[in-house]
Design a protein around this ligand. Sequence first.
Ligand code: 9YT
Length: 131
Amino acid sequence: MIVRKLSEIINTERDVKAENGNWISRRFLLKKCGMGFSFHETKIFAGTETLIWYKNHLEAVYCVGGSGEIELIDTGEKFQIEDGTMYALNENEKHYLRAFEDMRMICVFNPPLTGKEVHDENGVYPIIKEN
Ligand code: 9YT
């Protein structure tokens, strides 16, 4: 059994900060944990806009604090996100994520992240073969 506390993750290599400063992601479970998915808590900072396109991954996100919106690039559709809202990028939708307030998001990735991925200029995480 794996038990992990946020306080054990903060300021370790599992505590990942976006290069543009828009978010931080605490990785509770990564590929090497063998669960078949990775499990993160992400804080998205108020006033930020992030272009995200997980074309290699499926991601589900549950907002447990704050508010913001998603805008899908292909259709222009907007979805309001607040405490208690879940969204799943089941078709690898390219989108903007805008935070109106600091947002706390619980995120699951399939396939799991290894922890070494970095968003490229399109907000894409590459597939990494090793653990
Ligand atoms: C909600 C979202 O996709 N935020 C960007 C960070 C990402 N979830 C991660 O690496 O944890």
